[in-house]
Design a protein around this ligand. Structure first.
Ligand code: TPP
Ligand code: MG
Length: 782
């Protein structure tokens, strides 16, 4: 489409008009949901009119003029209505969905990639995470470009975060900043909405005095948008410097309170403090209360020209932090009041606001009502917005073909963690599409989670080449840490939040940058909890990745209680978007990793969690049939099938399987026909069981009643058979099995913090050893 150039003055006028409309639509959307739409349950619907107002200028400037199609944006959660209003003006959002804001099927409370229809790049909601997401996405953009995996004809995009000032209290932002600095991150814009207010109150002044310095410390450019053009002009008047000083010194809380009080309040305060300066007296005389209020609230974050100048002044790829001084609720009746965070305009306030916006009844959703520019001119300007020039911005990428099976190490004894390292090492040795698309990352536990061999072959990723100094100096080491733009491992510092956000960004590369990646992250299983919100965030956005969490459970023994994971199997079951497996043997792991790579690429797939162990187990001598492989993927198989109608079975998962095997050998002497069931995924079994129940619910009366894998597995046992379940993790992960057919369960597992010890001691005191399993069988029977 031919781009018409528009005169700066005209552009400014049109943007100011649109800013008004964006402010109106966002406030109206929230108002409609709370006061106009019928309320059936008496709950406050909410929405954040004040938090929206503070970003109306910045977002109008960005979306209608500054952003390019290749840019990707994380919008602070509470500016969701502003985002939806802008998309509505673009024609990407419907009135119907705005009317249902925060209602079922309506525009989402916080921008959502998966639930909103209007081109959300990054979901937000849990403050801080969306901000870091832009940083890690920028690294991913460079990763795929430097490898030629994306369309390199396209310009590099800027990753933009619109950040609430209180978000900077979240530690994960600073973890990300440090990591970004280490990796020489570029093309990153963080625009801080410095409205000096958070949820409960006023943001700490002392903290913000330091924020700019923190960014500069890690190489960022800091652009402060403090005073708008009106105030700048006043400062140029005689004694104007006094006025500047007064505002500079004004504590956040006083400034906010005066914003709320308005012209009379400003006059009183300025008269009290600065009346001795003739220049100030003149300024006060020249302004009535209304214009004085406009002057004193003319912060640069609400001054369209100042905002445009700031954004357009940055042309290089250096990460830039814009600190935009704004006012929470700017332009709304409760501007500045510290309680306005979740405050809503009253009916009266809305009526006068509506009037001031020039909007008549029933014109509330009109795209151009109340504006003085002809609609055709505004529409033409909107249509020309560079952001939409290429239409659909979300990309897609073909699926990476997988071999029928992954390489299988043939050790007689091995742990699943070793197996994981060897499988990846064998993949790394191949020149395959699979090998090219895998990218690994780890928070300083690359070697101790067995990723070392993969990294040795495939190299560390960096923007520029850097030799391994140890190698150059001929110091012998098993690890070859050569950094290159071709490298396929992103080494992170120890911060599990960063790991999961990095995985989220890598795992969305097909939709963000048109390049399919198969990301694998490794960490110690207990530290999933450390990054759990970020993991949840990654899954919420439907990012696709694999995590190998190892070591796990009390089986890591000598490492002690601080490193033992107990409830991670429950996280595996409870976390949507994450399919979790805990294989006992390496051949199972190879099947599951292949399935994982497939699952990660399917439309209705998701991410994969492998809970692995460092315990070396004798490996079964077997070649898995197709049926066995399918069972392993479905969640479990009979290691020793029961006789039909058997009264007892042992059910084991993961590292404790050898104890279950020995116990089973003993149990069958007394209970001929007792079975041993090995589970690989209670998560999958449980989900498929519930889903089958739901399907049956709506097909009652049909002859064919679908049975889920767990129902089929337990079917050979007698109705009142006893199950002894055992895993190195919380017993609840398997105890639900009793509900499937009403069979009684004696669940073994770990319920308390662990301690150092060797496996025999720990399995004994936590009752996971052979004797405990036999004993549990005896108890189950009596
Ligand atoms: C991790 C997390 N903790 C708490 C919240 C609840 N919460 C939402 S917004 C907010 C403060 C927002 O202040 P700020 O970032 O300054 O945004 P503003 O509304 O002022 O634009 C809080 C505490 C959240 N969304 N996420
Ligand atoms: Mg704030």
């Amino acid at each position: 489409m031919a781009m018409t150039t528009i005169a700066p003055v005209q552009r400014l006028r049109l943007l100011r008009e649109l800013e008004r409309k964006v402010l109106w639509l966002s406030a109206w959307t929230v108002h409609y949901a709370n006061h106009v739409r019928p309320n059936r349950d008496g709950l406050k619907v909410g929405g954040h009119q004040a938090s929206c107002a503070s970003l109306a200028t910045v977002m109008t400037a960005l979306y209608f003029s500054v952003l390019k199609p290749e840019d990707r944006v994380a919008v602070k959660p509470h500016a969701s209505p502003v985002f939806h209003a802008i998309q509505y003006l673009f024609g990407h959002q419907t009135q119907d969905k705005l009317e249902r804001f925060r209602g079922l099927g309506g525009a989402q409370s916080y921008p959502s990639r998966t639930k909103d229809v209007d081109d959300v790049d990054f979901s937000t909601g849990s403050v801080g995470l969306g901000v870091a997401m832009t940083l890690f996405s920028s690294l991913v953009q460079d990763y795929v470009r430097l490898k030629g995996l994306s369309d390199n004809e396209r310009p590099t995009g800027r990753m933009v975060a619109l950040v609430g000032d209180a978000e900077l209290d979240e530690g994960n932002i600073f973890e990300a900043l440090l990591e970004g600095w280490k990796h020489d991150v570029r093309n990153l814009w963080w625009v801080i909405d410095y409205n000096r207010q958070s949820l409960d109150g006023v943001v700490n002044d002392r903290l913000f005095g330091r924020i700019g310095e923190m960014f500069e410390l890690v190489g960022w450019r800091v652009v402060t948008l403090k005073y708008g053009k009106l105030l700048e002009a006043a400062f140029a008047q005689p004694d104007g410097a006094e006025l500047r000083q007064w505002i500079d010194d004004c504590p956040n809380s006083l400034y906010s309170a005066l914003v709320f009080k308005g012209g009379a309040g400003w006059r009183e305060a300025l008269t009290r403090d600065l009346n001795q300066h003739p220049g100030i007296r003149r300024i006060l005389e020249q302004h009535d209360d209304e214009t004085l209020h406009r002057l004193m609230t003319n912060l640069a974050g609400h001054d369209m020209q100042a905002v445009l100048d700031a954004f357009e002044g940055v042309e290089d790829d250096r990460p830039t932090c814009f600190i935009a001084y704004t006012i929470k609720g700017q332009g709304l009746p409760f501007a500045g009041h510290k309680d306005n965070h979740s405050g809503l305009m009253t009916l009266d306030q809305m009526a006068s606001f509506k009037k001031s916006m020039g909007i008549a009844d029933s014109q509330e959703w009109d795209r151009f009502a109340g504006l003085s520019t002809p609609p055709t001119e505004l529409q033409a300007f909107i249509d020309e917005a560079p952001f939409n020039r290429e239409g659909q911005r979300r990309t897609s990428a073909p699926i990476v073909a997988l071999p029928p099976g992954l390489p299988q190490p043939k050790d007689r004894k091995a742990s699943t963690q070793e197996g994981f390292g060897k499988i990846l090492n064998a993949i790394a040795a191949e020149d395959s599409e699979l090998a090219r698309r895998i990218v690994t990352t780890s928070p300083d536990v690359t070697v101790s989670t067995n990723l070392g061999p993969w990294v040795n072959r495939r190299g560390l990723w960096a923007h520029t080449e850097a030799e391994d100094v140890f190698r150059e100096l001929k110091v012998v080491s098993a690890q070859l840490w050569r950094k290159t733009p071709r490298g396929q491992h992103l080494e992170l510092g120890i911060a599990e939040n960063n790991l999961f956000i990095q995985l989220a960004a890598l795992g969305l590369s097909h939709q963000l940058f048109g390049a399919r990646l198969l990301p694998i992250g490794t960490l110690y299983d207990p530290f999933i909890a450390r990054g759990l919100d970020a993991l949840n965030y990654a899954c919420y956005q439907d990012a696709r990745f694999m995590i190998a969490a190892t070591p796990s459970g009390i089986t890591l023994s000598p490492e002690g209680g601080a490193h033992q994971s107990i409830h991670t199997p429950l996280i595996g079951i409870g976390q949507p978007g994450l399919l979790s497996y805990e294989p006992a043997y390496v051949d199972e792991l190879a099947v599951l990793m292949r399935h994982g790579f497939e699952h990660m690429q399917q439309d209705k797939g998701g991410s994969v969690y492998l809970r692995l162990s460092t315990r070396s187990l004798p490996q079964p001598e077997r070649t898995l049939s197709g049926e066995q492989q399918a069972d392993i993927v479905a969640g479990g198989y009979w290691y020793a099938p029961p006789e039909p109608g058997a009264d007892v079975a042992i059910v084991a998962m993961g590292a404790v399987t050898p104890e279950a095997i020995t116990a089973h050998q003993s149990v069958v002497r007394d209970f001929a026909g007792a079975g041993l069931l090995v589970l690989t995924s209670p998560d999958r079994l449980h989900a498929d069981w519930l889903s089958a129940q739901r399907t049956r619910g709506c097909t009652v009366g049909l002859l064919e009643r679908p049975q889920s894998p767990v129902e089929r597995l337990l079917a050979p046992l007698s109705r009142d058979a006893r199950l002894v379940t055992v895993l190195d993790g919380h017993p609840l992960a398997l105890s639900w099995l009793g509900s499937v057919r009403g069979q009684r369960v004696v669940p073994l597992g770990v319920e308390a913090f662990g301690q150092s010890g060797d496996i025999p001691d720990l399995y004994r005191i936590y009752k996971l050893d052979t004797a405990a399993i036999i004993d549990a069988v005896a108890r189950a029977i009596t």
